[in-house]
Design a protein around this ligand. Structure first.
Ligand code: PRP
Length: 181
């Protein structure tokens, strides 16, 4: 197979930096939810890799669930229309929920999702995202647990894709401009 690391212009966050941050977030979440029955909800596909690492760094009785959301369709820019492709398996009425995302960009997805989970009866809905691009925000989102702030560049890796590729890179980097059509 072709080496996809050749398509990367610059590494933003190394595998070691990401894993250290994931461990730190896990410790903080473990402390903050010590008295809570927590449901951790990963948002597919992007957050799948972050989610699987993070939940192994939370030391306590948590349940996990996944949702699949699409706010982009086949486009690379947000349309503002959020569609639920896979909903929760659990009844979250009265529960504390932690949403796990790879990236907050315009904020459309999480703004909608947090509201949706409150409407489903959750008592508390917080947000954990590995990356945040605050420069791109159009909808208000309060991030409770943040990995790193990211520049307004085309980033891939550790779950984040370009045209569905590059999710399997263990680090996060900026794609070379010639790769982007
Ligand atoms: C990405 C990311 C968030 C969303 C953030 O998902 O995982 O869910 O976009 O963008 P926003 O703040 O502008 O709403 P995407 O729709 O690319 O799907 P994926 O997770 O399957 O890659």
């Amino acid at each position: 197979m072709r080496d996809i690391t050749n398509d990367i212009e610059k590494v933003l966050f190394t595998e070691e930096q990401i894993q250290a941050k994931v461990a730190e977030l896990g410790r903080q979440i473990t402390t903050d939810y010590s008295d809570e029955d927590l449901i951790v909800v990963g948002i597919l596909k992007g957050a799948g890799i972050f989610m699987s690492d993070l939940i192994r760094r939370i030391d306590g009785p948590v349940r996990i669930d996944y949702m699949m959301i699409s706010s982009y369709g086949s486009s690379t820019v947000s349309t503002g229309i959020v569609r639920i492709l896979k909903d929760l398996d659990y009844d979250i009425h009265g529960c504390s929920v932690l949403i796990v995302e790879d990236l907050v960009d315009t904020g459309y997805t999480l703004n909608y999702l947090q509201d949706y989970l409150y409407r489903r009866g959750a008592k508390d809905v917080r947000i954990c995202t590995l990356l945040d691009k605050p420069a791109r925000r159009q909808k208000t989102v309060t991030v409770d647990y943040l990995g790193f702030e990211a520049p307004d560049a085309f980033i891939v890796g550790y779950g984040i894709d370009y045209a569905e590729y590059y999710r399997n890179l263990p680090f996060i980097g900026v794609l070379k401009p010639e790769i982007i059509e």
